[in-house]
Design a protein around this ligand. Sequence first.
Ligand SMILES: [Zn+2]
Length: 498
Amino acid sequence: MLEHPSIKELLVKLGKKQAVGSVLSLLGWDEQVNLPKNSVVNRARQMATLSEIHNNLESDPVIESLLKDLEKDWEELSREEQTVVRHTRKDYDRATKLPSEYVAEKAMLDSQAYHAWLHARKNDDFASFAPFLEKQITLCKRGAAYLGQAENPYDYQIDLFDPGMTVEAIEGLFNQFKAELLPLAEFILNSSIKAQTDKFRGFPIEQQKAFLTEVTGILGFDYSRGRIDVAAHPFCSGNAADTRMTTRFNENVPLDSLFSSIHETGHGLYEQGLPADHLHNALGQAVGMAIHESQSRLWENQVSRSREFWQHFEPKYRETFSEQLAGLSSDGLYLAVNAVTLCPIRVDSDEVTYNLHIILRFELEKMLFAGELEVTDLPAAWNRLSQEIIGLTPPSDTEGVLQDVHWSGGMFGYFPSYCLGNMVAAQLWYRALEDMPDLPSDFAEGKFDRLLAWLRENIHQYGKQFDTQNLVEKVTGETINPDYLMRYLKDRYVPLYT
Ligand SMILES: [Zn+2]
């Protein structure tokens, strides 16, 4: 219940901030999808102006006085009211405790470092990017200090993406997981059974698009309040009222378009399932990146790489691409959607080895923030650890330390969410199977509504009422436990590659 007089006033303020923020997000989507190339400067001006308005709404001193009123009456507040106040306080402090010179310096650096990264990646020239990366780390540490987290800047970074998670907690989970994942990955990669992916060539884009739009609609994405378009990189933005997904097409990599669209659909289903009346406050917003990623991964992997899913969709897929798939058996198709191959590029990796790429990045970020690794030594450390953890040394920095955009924007602490999301997805999956043991047989009939309703009830409806670990514990009876992901990977991959 949201009844305290100050909360009603606060919600009006938050509503305006959300409206402006969602227009900014829409302009960002449009920039990736539609913007004519000579309109970039005009768009930058529009976004700078709106960002300023957004910042002013976000740091409005009236919010501070309303929060103080509410914090004074904390014990009398309902749980929903406490959720709104707790998160508004966190956002407000982050918006106001950073000096404006710092914010301007960071915005300038983000832009310069992004272009430096593009240049360095293109020319395989890490040295030219290193000074920008060093400055990003310094600014992140300063940012943490302004918020009273000078002692634990990497924890501060992690909390930005996954509220409540810490370096120590992640370290424990990753170490436990890595010990079992390495032998499994080795077993699969050494298997003489290899997926035959050479059939997946020359898939006309129009037909790919029609197929994936049908599939994502059947999974439950509501196209009456969302859409899918083409962009250079797949993403999902917007909110429950208007959810924008993107994908990319390549005639010769059709499984990438299909599965990345299903992945974004998982994000979209989460957004569309959040309480629509509360878009502007914590009750209608996603918990954090790990939970978001658990939703996308669950639909992408546990659901859409399953036998049952393909039992339903294979006839339609073959009808659509009959010439290309001629001669490929059902088992061959199933193996191809579950292909495992060693690859230096994270985003091209399968669901088994992908986790190793994340553990590598976490180890390096930890050392950088602890002062145990200098930025200039980063490429050598990357290559050494990549050999140790993933089992390969990238052929160049472009395909190694320079491959991801995240660090150029100072987004340290973001990578762990991807692996945590995989862990949460598997944990939720086995919990859902306990509640509905015959769930996979739904998929064979092309029915996904029972699973979606289960996720709506157990995850989506709560918004930010629980932090990552608390939500996982509430639904499954324990905090994040990597054993479920291990069990899932073994269940799926050992029989396939034996
Ligand atoms: Zn994702």
